[in-house]
Write a protein that binds this ligand. Structure first.
Ligand SMILES: [Zn+2]
Length: 399
């Protein structure tokens, strides 16, 4: 890195301010289909800066393509939507493609194109994206297929790794939006992991380099969401692609987009993904990541599951005449699912916790009912019901 270069943090602040100038404006919802992605990328692929290479087809025959940018010596692979219902980074990649197109003379575009070769798979699981499901059309989780390689999608990813042997990898996902940063009572808006290569968590040179990239990313995210960055569970999972690709010699970072209050499409988190990824790529290109302090990554608190969408606090639950009343909190999650009868989406509530929830936070709303009695017949764990019936969990409302 020369004294001439701006730092990644300076770049990130600028990209945050100018985001509207390069944001991919056509995205209306996070539920992107394969057909939409192809339509949006078609005009971009005629630009000399973006090359498209078909890699193969999904289980149902949808094309999975690789988009390359730049022809520099350092190869960086980014892959998104291995899980079909995790599209936040896919939207960010569209923003990044658009940035390169709109800002061709920007120092970020020029430096990345000169020093790096970007290898980008924006949608590895198009069949899952079509259904908005984690798994493929053949019901397999690609991220547990890195060793068996039964699915065509897993073989596509492995083949790209074999062919290009990338120096760096970014494994882009969405996590459960109800995770917290340790016990801090803050939502985990982003989580990072330099996946292990063995049970012992050995720091091979490849993984040590990934930790530096993760540290730099954590600092970039902290500019905008301080205290809301967590570390993903680092249990070794040899069947997962992050762990496998790290062991194959590519310094890999898992980037998990979390929740953000009042933003169901996660457009704010998408913006942060775009800015942090672009800035991190720039930092790899300038050599800044080599100076990053891996200790910053090591100190990030781990993800914990201490959040619900709604919490009813200080209620009284007496299940029947044979048992005594208890003071309890009730944790409820709200999910969107396909209505079985009509082809539409509906919101369902599920009681996921009963008991002392003082360490929990509510994403949407919490109410202190000050000793009000619960309708025991309606207090059933893990059984979905209509959100309209939530007030009826309390007897005086139901009466
Ligand atoms: Zn995932």
């Amino acid at each position: 890195m020369t004294a001439m270069n701006q730092t990644a943090q300076q770049i990130a602040r600028e990209l945050f301010e100018t985001y509207d100038s390069y944001k991919f404006a056509e995205i209306q919802s996070c539920r992107i289909t394969h057909a939409e992605l192809l339509k949006w990328l078609r005009p971009l692929k005629d630009q000399p800066l973006l090359k498209k290479l078909p890699l193969g087809t999904s289980g149902e025959g949808r094309t999975v393509s690789l988009y390359t940018v730049g022809d520099g010596p350092v190869k960086v692979m980014l892959w998104s939507q291995m899980h079909g219902d995790e599209p936040t980074a896919t939207m960010a990649l569209l923003d990044i493609f658009n940035f390169f197109t709109v800002h061709q003379d920007h120092v970020v575009t020029k430096t990345i194109r000169e020093k790096l070769t970007l290898l980008i798979i924006p949608m590895l699981n198009p069949d899952g994206a079509e259904r908005f499901t984690r798994r493929t059309a053949q019901l397999v989780d690609i991220n547990r297929d890195a060793l068996a390689l039964e699915t065509p999608e897993a073989r596509i990813l492995r083949d790209v790794c074999n062919k290009y042997q990338p120096d760096y990898g970014f494994n882009l996902h969405d996590q459960d939006p109800r995770l917290t940063v340790g016990t801090t009572k803050k939502i985990s808006a982003m989580a990072l992991l330099a996946p292990p290569v063995d049970e012992a968590g050995t720091d091979t040179p490849v993984r040590a380099r990934a930790k530096k990239v993760a540290s730099l990313l954590a600092q970039l995210f902290a500019l905008f969401i301080p205290g809301q960055i967590a570390k993903w569970d680092d249990t070794y999972e040899p069947r997962a692609f992050g762990d496998a690709i790290q062991s194959w010699g590519t310094s890999t970072v898992l980037v998990e987009s979390g929740g953000w209050k009042g933003d169901p499409n996660k457009f704010f988190i998408r913006k942060l993904n775009c800015i942090a990824l672009l800035s991190a790529l720039y930092a790899i290109a300038t050599g800044e990541t080599a100076q990053a302090d891996a200790g910053i990554y090591e100190q990030i608190p781990v993800n914990m599951k201490l959040a619900c969408d709604r919490i009813i606090r200080n209620a009284v639950l007496q299940l029947n005449n044979q048992t005594a009343p208890l003071k309890v909190d009730i944790g409820i999650n709200i999910d969107t699912r396909k209505n079985a009868s009509a082809d539409s989406l509906e919101q369902v509530a599920t009681i996921v916790e009963i008991g002392d929830l003082r360490t929990f936070i509510a994403l949407e709303e919490e109410t202190d009912v000050q000793g009000a009695e619960l309708d025991a017949a309606r207090i059933i764990l893990d059984q979905p019901f209509s959100v309209r019936e939530i007030p009826m969990l309390l007897t005086q409302v139901a009466a």
